[in-house]
Design a protein around this ligand. Structure first.
Ligand SMILES: O=C(O)CCC(=O)C(=O)O
Ligand SMILES: [Fe+2]
Length: 411
């Protein structure tokens, strides 16, 4: 194992160094000095590495503070690059310790190393390929092959115990079996009409693999991911925390005492762990676009959680396929022509979220909602829901659920 890890670092370290040296003008002299000297000590792997670790930690702390100032979209790219370089160097230094250290500290050192890499991937923007490669090489050494789980498959876990909510004026959403791209274009994409599609993702390996607890544990268990905690993002008890997938599953799927809901929601898991892309496939319909002159990619997000996660009524600006891989979800959809009836928040952060809560509708406060037409659909594993841009949707998981969303269409 040590030889393999050593070889990987030797192989990718020079390209990381070349990368930050080529950006030296944007990085600034003091940070460049810190990165360079950390690199030199880490490469030597001698007793100076402890100082190098402190040094690089201070760079990481400093950049982390700067990353947390203001709005995320305004953060300069170069700061995120520096965060990635520093994270890689921290991982390199920690791995050098690991390679010199005795077996006793080995696993903990590897866990700390992977945490540094994942933080680099979550907040940084450079050297993604190198960080991903190192992370996936570390994972098998951290997983415990003798780990026991309370059940083999997620779908064996008890179904939702909460009473289902009552919503008036429900209409069932139409469903189609794998239409041609042409008929999907004419009947749904152009007129922006939602539909449930069956038979389109049945070839995905994820459909059989992701229900298996051991598969998920071995593939992504040690990885650090953002988890939303609380009943929904509009509630006052809501927070976000970074934790490993393993801890997330233990605390929020298997624990009998945990009352709170945890949700790995709207996370670009496939950018962080690209090997998961082998298990899924972008739907062919995503070739459709509203503007072919200015191609933009598809945003792929993971939504993984226990029963009863709720995404409250909101809309998104792009076309969306929500593909259900494990478990089932109940979805409510409302045409944008009824937007006034759902009382969108005024707040600039929540402008795409409705004040009307479908879990508990307050008709006195929101009288116009009474006459709103609502489509309902139960999305089962193997099915895919087309949600057109600006369509309001409220989604509640009725079991453990793993979905993948594709936001696409360039509008
Ligand atoms: O599945 C969910 O909880 C929400 C999904 C969603 O809002 C989306 O894909 O845009
Ligand atoms: Fe959404």
């Amino acid at each position: 194992m040590k030889d393999k890890l050593e070889a990987i670092i030797e192989n990718i370290a020079p390209s990381v160094r070349n990368d930050f040296l080529s950006h030296k003008d944007e990085i600034g002299d003091d940070i460049l000095f810190a990165l360079n000297s950390s690199f030199t000590s880490a490469a030597k792997g001698n007793q100076y590495s402890k100082d190098a670790l402190e040094f690089i930690n201070s760079v990481i702390d400093r950049v982390w503070e700067q990353l947390n100032v203001g709005n995320w979209k305004d953060v300069p790219e170069c700061l995120r690059d520096v965060f990635a370089y520093a994270s890689f160097l921290k991982a390199m230094i920690l791995l050098k310790f690991t390679l010199q250290d005795d077996e006793q500290n080995l696993r903990q050192n590897l866990i700390d190393t992977l945490e540094a890499i994942d933080r680099g991937l979550l907040l940084g923007s450079s050297n993604r390929q190198e960080l991903c490669q190192l992370a996936s090489a570390l994972c098998p050494f951290i997983c415990d092959a003798s780990q026991k789980f309370p059940c083999e498959n997620f779908s064996q876990l008890e179904l939702s115990k909460r009473p289902s909510i009552t919503v008036p004026h429900l209409k069932p959403l139409p469903s189609k079996e794998c239409p041609s791209i042409e008929s999907f274009l004419v009947d749904h994409f152009k007129p922006r009409r939602p539909v449930k599609l069956t038979g389109c993702i049945k070839h995905w390996p994820a459909l059989t693999k992701w229900d298996n607890v051991r598969y998920i544990y071995e593939k992504i268990g040690p990885r650090l991911v953002p988890v939303e905690i609380g009943s929904s993002y509009t509630s006052s008890n809501w927070s976000q925390k970074l934790m490993t997938v393993d801890a997330f599953i233990k605390n929020f799927f298997f624990s009998e005492t945990e009352e709170r809901i945890g949700y790995l929601a709207q996370h670009q898991l496939f950018n962080q762990i690209p090997e998961l892309l082998d298990d899924i496939c972008e739907p062919d319909y995503c070739v459709l676009s509203e503007n072919y002159d200015d191609p933009v990619g598809t945003d792929v997000n993971a939504w993984f959680g226990p029963s009863n996660t709720v995404s409250p009524l909101h809309y998104d600006p792009k076309h969306n396929f929500l593909a259900q891989v494990v478990g089932k979800k109940r979805v409510f959809l409302i045409d944008p022509k009824w937007s006034e009836n759902v009382y969108p928040y005024d707040d600039f952060l929540l402008f795409n979220t409705a004040q009307v809560d479908l879990e508990n509708i307050d008709y006195e406060k929101f009288p116009k909602f009474e006459n709103t037409e609502i489509f309902e659909c139960i999305l089962e594993a193997g099915e895919m829901l087309y949600i057109p841009p600006k369509w309001w949707h409220h989604i509640r998981a009725q079991s453990v659920s793993f979905s993948v969303s594709f936001w696409w269409g360039n509008c």
